[in-house]
Design a binder for this molecule. Sequence first.
Ligand code: 1YM
Length: 674
Amino acid sequence: MTKEKTTTETEALETEVIEPAEEGTVLPPAAEPPEGEYTSKQIRVLKGLEGVRIRPAMYIGSTGPSGLHHLVYEIVDNAIDEAVAGYCNQIKVTLLRDGGVRVEDNGRGIPVDPMESEGGKSALEVIMTTLHAGGKFGGGAYKVSGGLHGVGASVVNALSRRFEVDVHRDGKVWRLVCERGEVVEPVHEVGKTRRHGTVVTFWPDPEIFETTEFKFSELENHLREQAFLVAGLKIVLEDERDGEKAVFHYRGGIKEFVRHLNRNHNPLTKPLHLKKEFELPAGENGERVRHYRVEIAIQYVDDYRELILGFANNIHTKDGGTHLEGFKAGLTRVINKYAQDHVLLKSGSPSLTGDDIREGCTAIVAVWLEEPQFEGQTKGALGNSEVKGLVQNTLTEQLTEWLEHHPGEARKIVTKAEAAARARLAARKAREIERKKSSLDRTLPGKLADCSSKDRDRCELFIVEGVSAAGTAKAGRDRNFQAILPIRGKIINVEKAGLSRVLNNSEIQALITAIGTNIDANQDLDARRYDKIIILTDADVDGAHIRTLLLTFFFRHMDKLVEAGKVYIAKNPLFRIRKGRDQRFYVFTEKERDEKVRELGGKVEVTRFKGLGEMDAEDLWLTTMNPETRTLIRVKVEDKLECEETFEKLMGSEVEPRRKFIQDYAREVENLDI
Ligand code: 1YM
C-alpha cells in the first residue's frame, strides 16, 4: 500500500517495467548510404552493456532503492533456476561490510569452456558481458531468469563498479573480473576445488545509483518467498554489517507458505498441497511438447479474509492471470459438486457463489512453464491461456479426491461457505430495508458534519484528527459536497484487537456508519455515501501514527473501498510564508521553505504548522481541501502480499520485526520531529 511518503508517482515509476532493448542497440547511420552498401563502419552498434549504463532504468526499472535491490534478485534468479532444475539446494546471500553483495550457490557452476561461435571466448565471459545471453543457452527448463525481469547477470555487471565471478567446476576454480562491464581479468584458473557452484560478488556503481545501501528487510521478504516456492531449497541471508542473519528452508514448500500467511489467524482446516505435471503438444504439427507443473496449497481460516496469491516460474504475478482464473473456476465447481453429491446443503439453501467459497481461503497457486507470457502494463499477470484448464484440471482431480478422504474438513469448508452465503443474503436484505427508509431515519454519528449534496459521486468525507482541527475544517470546507468527521486521538489498533472490540469502539462505529459500505464480508461498495474518503492528520509523528491506524482499519475491514481507489491521504503543508498583506505561500519541506524565502527576498513571515489546529480556515481550504489547489495521495494496493507483511510488521504484536523495519527505513522518513 502506498503510504506516508509522498512517493506515489515515483513508486509507480519504479515498478514500471520497460522491455529491455535487444542486444546491441543499433543507431541509424548519419547519412543514408545506397542500398546494400551498409558496412560496419557506417552502422555504429552501441555495444550492449554501454547501452545499459546509458539507460539503466530501462533494464532494472529505476536507479532508486528498488532498482538497486533488483540487482541482487537478478543474480539470485540464476541460482534459483539452477535449484528449480534440481542441481542446487543451497544459496547464500551476504551483504558485505564494504557495500558489496555476494551470492553463492552449490549448483553445477556456470560453464567456462570456450565458445566457437564467439571467437573462442569462455562461455562465462559471454554470459556476463552480452545482453540476454542467458536466454540463448540451456533452454528447455522453467526459467525464473527468463521471465518478468529476466535481464540477466550482464546487466548487473554493467551497473557494478566491480563484478567478480568464481566458478567451481570439474575440480578447478575459474575467475572472471569486470569493472563497469569491462573485462579486467579474463576467465582464468585460480586454484583447485572439491566444491561445485557459482559465486558472484558485485559492488553497485555509485555513479549509477542514488543509493548503494542494501536493506536487509527488503531482501528478506523476497528470499523467503523464493524459499517457499522451491521446497527443500535452503537460502541463507547474512548481513556482515551488523551480524543479522536469516535462514529460509521449507521442506513443505508452498504448504508452509500458506501456514506462514495464516500464522495470525485461526485455521479451520489443515493445509493441503496439490501437484500435477502436464505435457502439451507444441509446434505446427505438435512435433514438440511443452512441460507444465502446477502446485496448489490451500488452507481455510475462521475469518473472512481471502488471500489468493499466484506465481509463475517463481515470479509473483500480483495482477493475477490465467492460473488464478483456473483456480477460482475450479474451486467453485469442485466445492459445489461435493456439497451436492453429499447432500450437505440444507434444502432451500442458496447455491454457493465463488465469493462465498473463497471467504476465509488462503491459497498459493504456483505454476512453472517453459514459455511464460506476462501481460498488462507492469507485466504482472500471467497470460498463457492453456494454464487455466491445467489448474482447473488439477483441482477437479486432486481436490475432489482430497475432500473424499477428509470428510471432516470438507464439511467445515462447505459449512463456512454456506454461512457466507447466508450472511450475504441477510446483508442484502438489510440494505434493501435501509434503502426504503428515508435518509433522515438513518442514525448518522452525531459528530459528523455531513454535506448537503445528494450527488454521491461528488461527495467527500474528511476524517480529521482532533476536534479543533475538525472545527477549522468545518469552517473552511465547501459544505455542499464536503463532510467532516472528527477522530479523537489514537483509534484502536485493529491488527491487535479482536473484531468484537473493534466494533465496540465508538470511533470505528462512527466511521462505519458515516461511510456506509459496511465491513468485511458484508461490504457493499455501492452503498458508500461518499466517493472520496480523505484522511487528514497532522504532519508529525502522531499524525502519521493515526493515519497508519486508519489505513490498517481500511486495509483489514474495508478493503473493497481501498481496492476501488476511494481512500486518499490529504497532503498538508508544513510552512506558510507571508509577504506583505496579501501574499501567502505554502510549502511542504524545509528545503522548499528556504528556497521560497530566498526567492521572495526582503521581510517575510514564516509559520511552521505544528498541527492542523494552527491553520486558519483559509489556509486549510487553500492547501488541503480546495479540489483546484490541493494535493491528494490515492492509497493503492500494488502488492497484496507485501501489504500483508508490512501491516503485520508495523501494527502486529511482535516487536523485533518492527524494530528492524523502523531501523531500516528511519532515514527515509521526512519530518520526524520528535
Ligand atoms: C550466484 C549465481 O548463476 N548459477 C548458475 C548459473 C548457470 C548454471 C548453473 C548452469 C546452467 C546450465 C548448465 C544450463 C547458468 N548457466 C547459463 C548458461 N549463480 C548462478 N549455475 N550449466 C550450468 O542452463 O544448461 C546461464 S546461467 F548460459 F550457461 F546456460
